[in-house]
Design a protein around this ligand. Structure first.
Ligand SMILES: [Ca+2]
Ligand SMILES: [Ca+2]
Length: 237
């Protein structure tokens, strides 16, 4: 009898896994083409347009490049992703962090917008996450955002605490800064994330790679834990 239970559980796990994979968004730009698989479109008429090119420091790697003057690439997700429990990551490289916004996650009426900002002397002094549609900005002083080095921007929502968490880290996983805030809107009541935009800075080319959006990563691990505990309990008998 318990064997059928385990088989049913494994079947559920496979189904859950396939749902997660189907819903996830990922682009490493290794096909050299931003117009296909997945499709990005140019979000500004300003030139020079964004492109896919060679990584400035890892020669065997292809990346998306936005050029000066706030040019951007936008992708409309095949499957809109719920804000509850979303998990977004991108690798980012800039030769100058005197920059503009770096990512926008968008749904009708609500956008999360991560952007660096300047003080009056045009010197970079911090970043903010703006909840567009609400006008609310969460500002943070910059302590250490690398220049001339790849780093990872990570924005996620924790369903248990209802906190939006923003952290950035080096490629080796060293976390440089982590901040969190409670969203000003009920994320369960608003439309799903429909599109992702990567946006270039003001003065220098900026590079993006390994863009990943995953929904509710905890759902799958909870199922997996349930399966494991069942198998363990059975094997003890
Ligand atoms: Ca790549
Ligand atoms: Ca492509």
């Amino acid at each position: 009898m318990w064997k059928q239970g385990v088989i049913l559980l494994m079947f559920t796990l496979v189904l859950a896994l396939s749902n997660v994979l189907e819903a996830a968004f990922f682009d490493d730009f290794e096909d050299g083409d931003y117009t296909d698989n997945p499709t990005w479109t140019i979000g500004s008429t300003r030139q020079p347009y964004p492109s896919v090119g060679v990584d400035p420091v890892r020669p065997n790697n292809l990346v998306a490049q936005t050029n000066i003057d706030s040019t951007s690439l936008i992708t409309v997700l095949e499957t809109p992703q719920p804000w509850l429990g979303f998990d977004y990551k991108e690798e980012y490289f800039a030769q100058s962090l005197i920059s503009n916004s770096i990512v926008q996650l968008q749904s009708p009426g609500y956008t999360i917008f991560w952007k660096t900002y300047f003080n009056g002397a045009n010197k970079l002094s911090g970043f903010f996450v703006e909840e567009m549609g609400t006008g609310i900005k969460h500002e943070h002083a910059i302590t250490a955002i690398p220049n001339d080095e790849w780093w990872v921007l990570h924005i996620s929502h924790n369903i248990n605490t209802n906190l939006m968490i923003v952290d950035y880290s080096l490629l080796d996983g060293t976390v440089l800064t982590e901040v969190s805030f409670e969203p000003s809107v009920d994320l369960g009541s608003i439309s799903d994330i429909e599109s992702v935009a990567i946006v270039g800075g003001l003065l220098a080319p900026q590079y993006f790679d390994n863009i990943t959006l995953v929904p509710e990563p905890c759902t799958l691990s909870l199922l997996a834990l349930g399966g494991l505990s069942l198998i363990k309990r059975r094997s003890r008998r």
